[in-house]
Design a protein around this ligand. Structure first.
Ligand code: TEU
Ligand code: CA
Length: 540
């Protein structure tokens, strides 16, 4: 199987925060076009573009009011066409964000649907009678509160698994599915190379039995979608599936099933959450658990009949160097360690904007500084339940989504080179030290590490096609694995902590491939690993 995306590195752009071109403080499509040379020089193969469609912006574009129109704050459809063409000129493909579990309540379909119970669009959404004056059942929204919103005009409730401004589409209705497929083909015909599919494991929901993810018809819908749209070409699709297990990921990505290329699974991304609670209910990461989950996904998925994505960051996650590394003294080495550990694994790696220069979280002092609806709704809900504001701000600083959404730091000029105007969200003050210009000028920066890892992936088939073998004879704080391909064998070692660790690997190696320290221990028998030390060596 030689689909292009198996050997690709994908770069996620959150357009609002990437590059502003007209001084209104909001990133836009012309701004992205102006940075394509930077992305080409980094070496990435494709851009996953978070939504730029017409939207009231309740959830920063994940609430779409017109799937086939570009929101004026980002530019025009002509700008979009130019971005696709300019990216292609640099051998960079464009993957669009497909948000079809729900629309905005400003979408024409919903405006019609809510008009009357017999409107032709009524069944584009999920309407139910209340029970004795309350919601039809106890389904909860991902953004706090009930998933049911009463609509006075027709006296029924509609389902919204996210905000009330994001009504869920009724995928059981073939007319909905046909309309979505028509829209997808509109974008494929424009020359995009695939889709990232927002919460796609929710489209099979069965609200009457309170089933959210992995509903009874989910895979049937995906197979129908594949046949009706992207199945006709060499397109890449990645589903966002928070509930995926390796066996489910196999189902989604087995080429014989004609569903998706791969999925984003979040098992590792929930390891610092107290069991059964929400991400705000934090517990320290146990490195042994992280190793176990990463190894499980490298060994329990059959990569000859399926595929995996690899990522530490996205627009919903706190920045990894702050979350599980060190965003102070060991910022560069810890960011480089995460890069080496992940990019030499099996699967398609995704780099989230700013990750390649080791950007960090940005702590706020009050809820007034917070933009994200998810954080604000949680704050209000828990405050009303008696939580202390300081504790809630601490939780938002640790896990809130704004951490990933502070503007990209290009230079040490005011506005970080992101905008000449007032940025829509605060710029992290550390832009003076952490920015693209500085990173490109520094020989052993996070940036140059990412550049080298991307080059390695493109030149060494062992990374894409090699077997993976975890090494268990290392301390909990160290992750180590072999990669083998034909008669080549690599060893990758990473100290996940800020403490020295001793390893005892009776393995001789003949070449250092990549390292985040100036030297690698000559022998790996009773060798001392420095904090966050990581390297890959050629064993044979
Ligand atoms: O996110 C899905 C989702 O469930 C996340 O909101 C996640 O629950 C949370 O951010 C972390 O706990 C997708 C998009 O990536 C996100 O930006 C949207 O807000 C959401 O769907 C609704 O479209
Ligand atoms: Ca702008």
């Amino acid at each position: 199987m030689d689909e292009w995306w198996r050997n690709a590195v994908v770069y996620q752009i959150y357009p609002r925060s990437f590059q502003d071109s007209n001084g209104d403080g909001i990133g836009d499509i012309p701004g992205i076009i102006s940075q394509l040379d930077y992305l080409a020089e980094l070496g990435i193969d494709a851009i996953w573009l978070s939504p730029v469609y017409k939207s009231p912006g309740l959830d920063n574009g994940y609430d779409i009011a017109d799937y086939q129109a570009i929101d004026p704050q980002f530019g025009t459809m002509a700008d979009m066409d130019e971005l696709i063409a300019e990216a292609h000129r640099r051998n960079i493909r464009i993957i669009m964000d497909l948000v079809v579990n729900h629309t905005s309540d400003q979408h024409e379909w919903f405006k019609q649907s809510r008009r009357s119970r017999n409107n032709p669009y009524r069944d584009f959404y999920i309407w139910r009678d209340g029970k004795n004056g309350v919601a039809p059942n106890s389904m909860q929204s991902g953004f706090s509160g009930s998933a049911w919103q009463e609509d006075s005009r027709t006296g029924q409730y509609y389902l919204h698994l996210f905000s009330a401004g994001q009504p869920d589409l009724n995928w059981a209705n073939p007319a909905v599915r046909r309309a979505i497929y028509r829209m997808m083909n509109f974008w494929l015909d424009k020359g995009i190379s695939g889709f990232r599919m927002d919460v796609i494991d929710l489209i099979g929901k069965d609200p009457d039995h309170e089933i959210r993810e992995n509903g009874p018809h989910l895979h049937e819908y995906l197979q129908e979608m594949n046949t009706a749209t992207f199945g006709r070409g060499d397109f890449m699709t990645v589903g966002e599936t928070w509930s995926a297990t390796p066996s489910l990921a196999q189902k989604y990505s087995d080429p014989r099933r004609n569903e998706l290329s791969m999925v984003f699974q979040f098992e590792a991304m929930q390891l610092d959450k107290q069991a059964g609670k929400e991400k705000w209910d934090w517990r320290p990461l146990q490195t042994a658990e992280l190793k176990a989950v990463l190894n499980k996904w490298q060994t329990q998925l059959d990569y000859h009949a399926g595929w995996n994505s690899l990522f530490w960051n996205n627009h919903d996650l706190p920045r990894i160097v702050s979350r599980w590394g060190d965003d102070d003294k060991c910022r560069v080495t810890s960011a480089q360690m995460f890069a080496i550990l992940l990019h030499l694994m099996r699967g398609t790696p995704y780099i989230y904007q700013g990750e390649e220069i080791g950007m960090t979280n940005y702590p706020v002092e009050s809820i007034a500084e917070v933009d994200d609806i998810e954080s604000i709704n949680m704050y209000n809900e828990r405050l009303a339940a008696g939580a202390k504001p300081a504790d809630l701000i601490a939780a938002i600083n640790r896990m809130g989504r704004d951490n990933a959404r502070t503007p990209m730091q290009w230079t040490n000029a005011s506005g970080a080179g992101f905008t000449s105007g007032r940025p829509w969200l605060h710029v992290n003050p550390n832009y003076r030290e952490i920015n693209v210009a500085a990173a490109k000028a520094t020989p052993h920066s996070v940036y140059t590490m990412y550049q080298r890892l991307i080059k390695l992936r493109h030149s060494e088939p062992i990374i894409t096609d090699g077997e993976y073998e975890p090494i268990t004879s290392v301390p909990d704080a160290v992750m180590a694995y072999y990669r083998s391909y034909e008669d080549t064998r690599w060893l990758v070692v990473a100290n996940l902590t800020n403490k020295e660790q001793i390893i005892n690997l009776p393995v001789k190696f003949k070449q250092v491939l990549i390292t985040n320290y100036s030297r690698v221990p000559k022998t790996l028998v009773n060798a001392i690993l420095a904090p966050y030390q990581a390297f890959a060596v050629v064993v044979n």
